[in-house]
Ligand binder design. Structure first.
Ligand code: MEV
Length: 318
C-alpha cells in the first residue's frame, strides 16, 4: 500500500484580482485529503465513500449511487489515473475538506493522488513537477480555469504569494475561523462574471484590483509582525472590494457581520471565488470558540484552522 496526503488552503487576500495579474496571498491549512493505493490486478476501483455524505448523484458508468462529494472526488482521481495511464489499483480517498467551497479540496485530491502514484510506480516526479502536472490536470477538469494557487499550496504547503509568478513566503502560522455557507459555488461562473465587469468598466474595476493587490502585499509584513488588528482591517477592506465586484452573497455577508459583531473578530472576508462557499475571520487571541459560536448562531458551519501547514507528504503510518 502507498498513501499520500495534501492540504487544503485559504486565500487570505487577492482572489479574483489575481486572475488579472494582481498579487494574492494564500496559506495551506491543517485539513487534508488522503489518497491510499492498493494493488488490484485487472481492475480500477475508486472508493470515495469515506467523505462527509450530503446530496446524492448517480454514476452512469458503474450504476452506483454516489454522494455529491464522492462524485466530485472520483472525477479528479480519474483524471490523474488517466494522465499516468495507471491501472490495477484500488484508490481510496479520504478528506475532511468540503468540496466546491473554495478550500482547495480538488487540488488536494489531485496532488495527493499524483504523489501517491509517483511513489507507487516510481515515476520520478519532483515536487515542482507534481505541482505543475497537478495544476494542468485540475485546470483540464475545470475546463481551463484556475490559478496555480491551489495546486501549489497543496504541494508546497506554507504560504504563497502569487502574481505573475509563485513565491513561497516564510511566515508564522495564524489561527483562523472558517464559516461555510453550505452553498456550493461555481468558480468558473464567478470568475467569468468578474472578468466581464472588468471588460465593461476597466476604469472602475482596474483600480479595485490594484487596491486588492496592494492589500495582499501589505498583509505580508502584518502577518510577519503579528499585527492582527491591522490584518483584520485589511480583511474588511478586501471584503468590501469583493462585494463591489459582485461576488458577495447575503449568506456570506451574514457570516461576515456575525464575525465582526458577536464574534469580536478583528476582521472578516469571503475567501475563494464567492457566490457561496466560505468566509474567513480572524479571532482575537483565545477568541476562536466565541467566534465559532457566533457563526453557528448565524446558521454557518464553522471550524477553526491553522494556516502555513505542511504540503504534500507520504503517509507511512498505515
Ligand atoms: C478561486 O479560488 C480564486 C479565484 O481567484 C480564481 C483563481 O485564482 O483561479 C477566484
Amino acid at each position: 500500500m502507498t498513501a499520500a496526503s495534501a492540504p487544503g488552503k485559504v486565500i487570505l487576500f487577492g482572489e479574483h484580482a489575481v486572475v488579472s495579474g494582481a498579487t494574492a496571498l494564500g496559506g495551506a491549512i491543517d485539513l487534508r485529503a488522503k489518497v491510499t493505493l492498493q494493488d488490484l490486478p485487472g481492475r480500477i476501483l475508486i472508493d470515495a465513500n469515506n467523505l462527509t455524505l450530503r446530496g446524492f448523484s448517480f454514476d452512469l458508468i458503474t450504476g452506483q449511487v454516489l454522494s455529491a462529494e464522492a462524485a466530485h472526488a472520483t472525477r479528479y482521481v480519474s483524471a490523474v489515473l488517466k494522465e499516468y495511464e495507471a491501472k490495477d489499483l484500488r484508490v481510496k480517498v479520504e478528506s475532511n475538506l468540503p468540496p466546491a467551497a473554495g478550500l482547495g479540496s480538488s487540488a488536494a485530491i489531485v496532488v495527493a493522488t499524483t504523489a501517491a502514484l509517483n511513489q507507487h510506480f516510481g515515476l520520478g516526479l519532483s515536487r515542482k513537477e507534481i505541482a505543475s502536472d497537478a495544476h494542468r490536470m485540475e485546470k483540464a477538469v475545470q475546463q481551463g480555469l484556475g490559478s496555480p494557487m491551489d495546486t501549489a499550496l497543496a504541494t508546497f504547503g506554507g504560504y504563497l504569494q502569487i502574481s505573475r509568478r509563485v513565491q513561497p513566503l516564510d511566515l508564522p502560522s495564524l489561527e483562523i475561523v472558517v464559516g461555510y455557507t453550505e452553498r456550493a459555488h461555481d468558480t468558473r461562473s464567478e470568475v467569468e462574471k468578474v472578468q466581464s465587469l472588468l471588460a465593461r468598466y476597466p476604469d472602475l474595476v482596474g483600480p479595485i484590483f490594484q487596491a486588492i493587490g496592494a492589500i495582499s502585499s501589505r498583509a505580508v509584513s502584518l502577518i510577519q509582525e503579528q499585527r492582527l488588528e491591522e490584518l483584520g482591517e485589511m480583511m474588511n477592506i478586501n471584503h468590501g472590494l469583493l462585494e463591489a465586484v459582485g461576488v458577495g452573497t447575503r449568506e456570506l455577508s451574514e457570516l461576515v457581520y456575525a464575525s465582526r459583531g458577536a464574534g469580536s473578530a478583528y476582521g472578516a472576508k469571503l475567501t475563494g471565488a464567492g457566490g457561496g462557499g466560505c468566509m474567513i475571520a480572524l479571532p482575537p487571541t483565545g477568541g476562536s470558540a466565541a467566534l465559532i459560536t457566533a457563526l453557528r448562531q448565524a446558521k454557518g458551519t464553522a471550524f477553526s484552522v491553522k494556516t502555513g501547514s505542511e504540503g504534500v507528504r507520504l503517509e507511512r503510518d498505515l
